[in-house]
Design a protein around this ligand. Structure first.
Ligand SMILES: Nc1ncnc2c1ncn2[C@@H]1O[C@H](COP(=O)(O)OP(=O)(O)OP(=O)(O)O)[C@@H](O)[C@H]1O
Ligand SMILES: N[C@@H](CCO)C(=O)O
Length: 312
């Protein structure tokens, strides 16, 4: 039996001003999924490691199998698969953990089926899995995890994805304080209505951020990393958030914000040295609060999910 393994990276969704419409991918950190065809005609999650026993094995609850089922239904296929998931991402961290599982599973299963879909075409199937895990079928984790780089979701109905350029030198520091926040809970604290003024401010910033990526203008990117929609409600759930922001700006980073629905904080930096300094600043701030923090430094991953190895 042929076994195919794929890796899909962690992602930073929202990127401050792009609530539900912008995300980017990170290097190295991510989930691995191996898939093998079976004769049962069913999707069977055979094993999960790295999750502390917390994730569901049921095919209708795991994002790997839910995503593959959406793809098979679209193809009109009743092929069965055995699925093995190796979680590399912490749960409820804000690094797109459920999305990485779905993206890796889709890339592996797509390969076994003869690659009928491009990675962009796999995005809607991964969104079906996000509905199960997060309560909303948002694409700002699954699209960059599959496609790599910065991806803008210009519209959901119909889905319209735009891959954006990544300026040379741009680095990201991910700061993961040891707290767990569920995406569904962090979505429930959001205001349902926003004012005309906030809408204007947010539109200016998202337009500025995207222009900054195209122009490679770090100062414009820095001025645009501001969120008046989700951050004011969610920052209250992350101790030290505003104190860290001050430190981050003072060392020359471009800015910081909540990664996805948190509690991970992302920092954008113009080079690796400042990205490392941001990690040290975070360790100091969180030590004072008594919280442990994991620090990951990465360039923006322009490749997205990929096949690891084929075994016969
Ligand atoms: N393979 C999986 N199958 C089912 N549920 C999963 C899987 N991987 C993660 N989850 C769960 O999905 C839920 C949604 O959170 P997830 O872990 O994706 O959020 P996150 O990592 O905080 O990222 P973000 O805030 O960026 O969406 C969590 O309860 C998590 O335990
Ligand atoms: N855009 C989503 C991302 C969750 O990772 C949210 O902010 O809820």
């Amino acid at each position: 039996m042929k076994k195919v393994t794929a890796f899909a990276p962690a992602t930073v969704a929202n990127v401050s001003c792009g609530f539900d419409i912008l995300g980017f991918a990170i290097d190295e950190l991510g989930d691995k999924v191996s898939i093998m065809s079976n004769d049962s005609g069913r999707l069977e999650v055979k094993s999960i490691s790295g999750d502390g026993g917390k994730l569901p094995m049921e095919a209708d609850k795991n994002t790997c199998s839910v995503a593959i089922q959406a793809m098979l239904s679209h193809l009109g296929s009743d092929q069965g698969f055995d699925i093995v998931l190796e979680k590399g991402l912490p749960l409820g961290s804000g690094m797109g953990s459920s999305a990485a599982s779905a993206a890796a599973a889709l890339v592996a299963a797509n390969e076994l089926l003869g690659a009928p879909y491009s990675k962009e075409e796999l995005v809607p199937f991964a969104m079906e899995a996000e509905k199960i895990a997060c309560g909303a079928g948002h694409a700002d984790n699954v699209a960059p995890s599959l496609m790599g780089g910065f991806v803008l979701i210009r519209d959901y109905y119909p889905l319209d994805l735009v891959k954006l350029p990544v300026p040379a030198g741009l680095h990201c520091t991910l700061l993961h304080p040891h707290l767990e926040l569920k995406t569904s809970d962090s979505r429930s604290v959001l205001r349902k209505e926003i004012s005309l003024k906030d809408s204007t401010v947010q539109s200016g910033n998202i337009a500025g951020l995207i222009s900054g990526l195209f122009l490679g203008d770090f100062q414009l990117i820095s001025r645009s990393l501001r969120d008046v929609i989700a951050e004011p409600s969610r920052a209250l759930l992350i101790p030290g958030f505003y104190e860290l922001r001050e430190e981050i700006r003072s060392i020359g980073a471009l800015g910081s914000g909540i990664s996805g629905s948190g509690p991970t904080i992302f920092v954008l930096a113009p080079d690796k040295e400042i990205a490392i300094m941001a990690g040290k600043a975070a360790e100091d701030v969180f030590e004072k609060i008594g919280l442990e923090v994991d620090v990951y430094i990465s360039e923006v991953n322009n490749k997205g999910a990929y096949l690891l190895e084929d075994q016969i």
